[in-house]
Write a protein that binds this ligand. Structure first.
Ligand SMILES: Cc1ncc(C[n+]2csc(CCOP(=O)(O)OP(=O)(O)O)c2C)c(N)n1
Ligand SMILES: [Mg+2]
Length: 579
């Protein structure tokens, strides 16, 4: 059989396993992370011949994160598969994170055989309800003859709705024969909203005194940064990144003002607070990403908001909007600029506004530099973040975890290109960054890839150093070793009178552990060694873990000051714990 699955071919006799594998080939899949299991072994057996690299991980959650990083960097849906029952329940956190990162992904969940369903035989649980709230679409292959049809549908929906979809395959359905047709991968193209909406939005923007653009993940997903930039330049409008989408606009551009949200940029916050019209493009305006920060309650309550998103469900969901456009970020940016130009071919550059933007950028950069100026040991986390930023190789892809130091890093990370920043987004799970970075490196082997992870979260991820070694994935992991679950300890400091329950850690030097696992390990105990260590790590071309000993006292704001209260205790036995 020599038919080219990438081009598709007509009805051909094959097994359902072959149809499964050919469906992956048709979609251009070359990497599938997971853990081996008998449930899909018949298909797995063909992976090498199909040109698919099966990346065997240490824990299935990390396979999903790896697929997440791969998809976010490549822009194409990724695939993950594992054993029915426990292998699949281990997926859950990874799929939830991918859901909130809007990552196109086909989650293949082999399930118990149809003749045993409901008997509680071995490795059986109902796998559909578990994922019902964290997938865009779910389907169970209800007859083996539908294998190719449902697989291609899954890829289509993953692309069209930008999120994980689940294909549940009863394990006996890998063994069947039939006539299968393989289609070429479907292309998803989206437009710019209606001409009326575009016209109305253009009018609002043209009449604004202080328009501000918020560029979100949808701009990255649509590869629309250049188009948003052209629109911003026409309007002389500052462009803020939405929370954790620091790669949605080139940081060195004179209109770039940095990210909103937790540990974001004061320049962005001050400028948006004065906006009369906000264009939130490719952006769901997630509530966590617009909370007050640095003592600034910056959201412009009276501004007119134009929101553009491919997901109609997020329009007007979290903020009162004047206009919601269900459209692609790139196509809408193009249409908006065309509409503006139709009325006025060029607008004079607003030098006063651009000077103000420059001013705010400098003020914030100076303040941040001031915050990062404490030299010496124990190494200040902020100082460390600024030192590393200054020596990062050009065009590095950075993935960050959830933790105090990782979150503070949001202020320091600048990107010139999109698909370079992979943070744990709004699901906010510890353990996201490292496996995601591994997936990113597989998708972009020529780019340097670094992950920031706290020492607590590293406990969830470090087994994957073995994966990096086995599969030769040269990612640089920087582990912030402060001997604590720092972000949560900060709550105990601020709200619980320094009573530490469950927040102190006793750690090894993770560089030693990495070496034992076959990776390189570099231990940094002093500020003076940090920059050299990072440069060396990128030069090694191997999986590296840089253990950075840092000050445990310097901690950024807690994530959820908005949601915590001083304790109240009514019972005598707890009275001494009153706030
Ligand atoms: C899976 C998961 N478990 C628990 C939490 C709650 N949590 C948020 S931040 C944090 C502490 C992170 O500690 P560490 O990784 O050491 O980084 P640090 O804050 O010390 O920089 C914890 C436990 C979470 N976000 N995700
Ligand atoms: Mg820590």
């Amino acid at each position: 059989m020599t038919s080219d699955a990438r081009q598709g071919y007509g009805p051909t006799k094959m097994t359902s396993s072959e149809a499964f594998v050919e469906s992956l080939v048709a979609e251009g899949v070359t990497t599938v992370p997971g853990i081996v299991g008998s449930a899909f072994m018949d298909a797995l057996d063909m992976f090498p011949a199909a040109g698919i690299d099966f990346v065997s991980v240490a824990h299935e959650q990390n396979a999903v994160h790896m697929a997440d990083g791969h998809a976010r960097v490549s822009g194409e849906p990724s695939v993950v598969v594992s054993q029915n029952g426990p292998g699949i329940t281990n997926f859950v956190t990874g799929v939830a994170a991918a859901y909130w990162a809007h990552t196109p992904m086909v989650v293949v969940t082999p399930s118990a055989g149809t003749l045993g369903t409901g008997l509680g035989g071995f490795q059986e649980t109902e796998q559909m309800p578990i994922f019902s709230k964290i997938t865009k679409w779910q389907v169970q292959v209800n007859r083996p003859e539908r294998m190719a049809e449902l697989m291609r549908r899954a890829f289509y929906v993953a692309k069209a709705e930008a999120g994980p979809v689940q294909v549940d395959i009863p394990r006996d359905y890998f063994y069947s024969e039939g006539e299968y047709e393989i289609y070429p991968s479907a292309t998803v193209q989206r437009g710019a909203g209606t001409p009326e909406q575009v016209r109305d939005a253009a009018r609002l923007l043209a009449g604004a005194r202080n328009p501000v653009i918020v560029s979100g993940g949808g701009v990255v997903a649509a590869d629309g940064v250049a188009e948003v930039q052209a629109l911003a330049e026409y309007l002389s409008a500052p462009v803020a990144n939405s929370y954790l989408h620091n790669d949605s606009f080139p940081a060195s551009h004179e209109l770039a003002v940095g990210p909103l949200g937790y540990q974001g940029s004061k320049a962005a916050m001050r400028l948006i607070s004065e906006a009369d019209v906000v264009l939130a493009i490719g952006c769901r305006l997630g509530p966590f990403g617009t909370l007050p920060q640095h003592g600034l309650d910056y959201w412009p309550a009276n501004a007119k908001i134009i929101q553009v998103d491919v997901d109609h469900r997020v329009l007007g969901l979290t903020k009162k909007i004047s206009l919601g456009i269900n459209g692609d970020a790139r196509a809408t940016a193009v249409a908006l600029l065309d509409a503006l130009r139709a009325d006025q071919a060029e607008r004079p550059r607003d030098d006063a506004r651009i000077a103000k933007i420059a001013d705010e950028r400098t003020t914030w950069a100076d303040e941040l530099a001031q915050w990062s100026s404490r030299e010496g040991d124990p190494l200040s986390p902020r100082r460390a973040l600024s030192l590393i930023r200054d020596v990062l190789p050009q065009d590095t892809i950075v993935s960050t975890d959830i933790g105090n130091v990782c979150s503070v890093s949001n202020s320091y990370l600048h990107f010139e290109q999109s698909r370079r920043f992979l943070a744990a987004m709004s699901f906010g799970n510890c353990g996201y960054a490292y496996p995601t970075a591994l997936g990113a490196k597989i998708a972009a082997p020529d780019k340097p890839v670094m992950a920031y992870i706290g020492d607590g979260a590293w406990g969830m991820s470090m087994a994957e150093v073995m994966t990096a070694v086995r599969h030769d994935i040269p990612v640089v992991a920087v582990v912030w070793n402060n001997g604590q679950w720092g972000a949560e300890k900060k709550n105990q400091i601020d709200f619980y009178d320094d009573r530490y329950v469950g927040t102190n850690l006793v750690n090894p030097d993770f560089a030693d552990v990495a070496k034992t696992m076959g990776a390189e390990g570099i231990s940094v105990q002093r500020e003076a060694d940090l920059q050299g260590a990072i440069t060396d790590a990128f030069g090694l071309g191997k999986p590296v873990v840089v253990n950075v000993a840092i000050d445990s006292v310097e901690l950024g704001e807690p994530f959820r000051r908005d949601a915590l209260k001083l304790p109240t205790r009514h019972l005598d036995k707890y009275a001494h714990l009153n706030g």
